[in-house]
Design a protein around this ligand. Sequence first.
Ligand code: DX5
Ligand code: ZN
Length: 218
Amino acid sequence: MKNLMVAPSILSTDFAYLGKTLEIINRSGADWLHVDIMDGMFVPNISFGTPILKAIAEHNKKPVELHLMIAQPERYLEVFSKYGVEQITVHAEACLHLHSVVQQIKSLGCKAGVALNPHTSLESLEYVIRDLDTVCVMAVNPGFGGQGFIPQTLEKIKELKQLIKRKDAKAFIEVDGGVTRNNVKEIWNSGADAVIAGSSIFNSEDPVKAIQELKKHP
Ligand code: DX5
Ligand code: ZN
């Protein structure tokens, strides 16, 4: 049986200590690093841009997933792909031509992920799912860390699992937002392959241990 994979979200860290945080993540069991970019348009918040990506690229040893919460992400794919990024995840709601954006991500040598907001139906993925490496199921409305997990997400994960099977696709299911020790077991049982977690890892005394505990999903 496969294990649940865990990726810490850097958004919840104290950026005054970014180097220290990256050292902690480097020696943790984290499977990759999740990096949230927000533009104040697609989502109400603005996070950070290339200077932070550069700092991450210099100090981080884990694979990087960029979660682009930006309108028309195709404008930035090439620039962002230069920072040692393994996967770029865009929002279906932010792309007028999702299929084309997915192909652009792949042509830059990155894995392609598509994120769906809590209200967005899985139907938007029917004809693109076989091209995807990952589907990111948002369990909160994107924009901020530290929000509560939306319970309908569990049903969506199960239905996505069925869609992947029906379409004979290979996409990986990751769940982003509100993931804690208390709900990780249900998320795993619903069929997720990976969870993204920010505040439950970085607000804990020992982030390395918090990552381990999520992986074990007791
Ligand atoms: C939300 C971001 C998430 C967020 C997760 O818009 O995409 O990745 O950082 O943070 P928590 O785990 O605190 O919900
Ligand atoms: Zn995210």
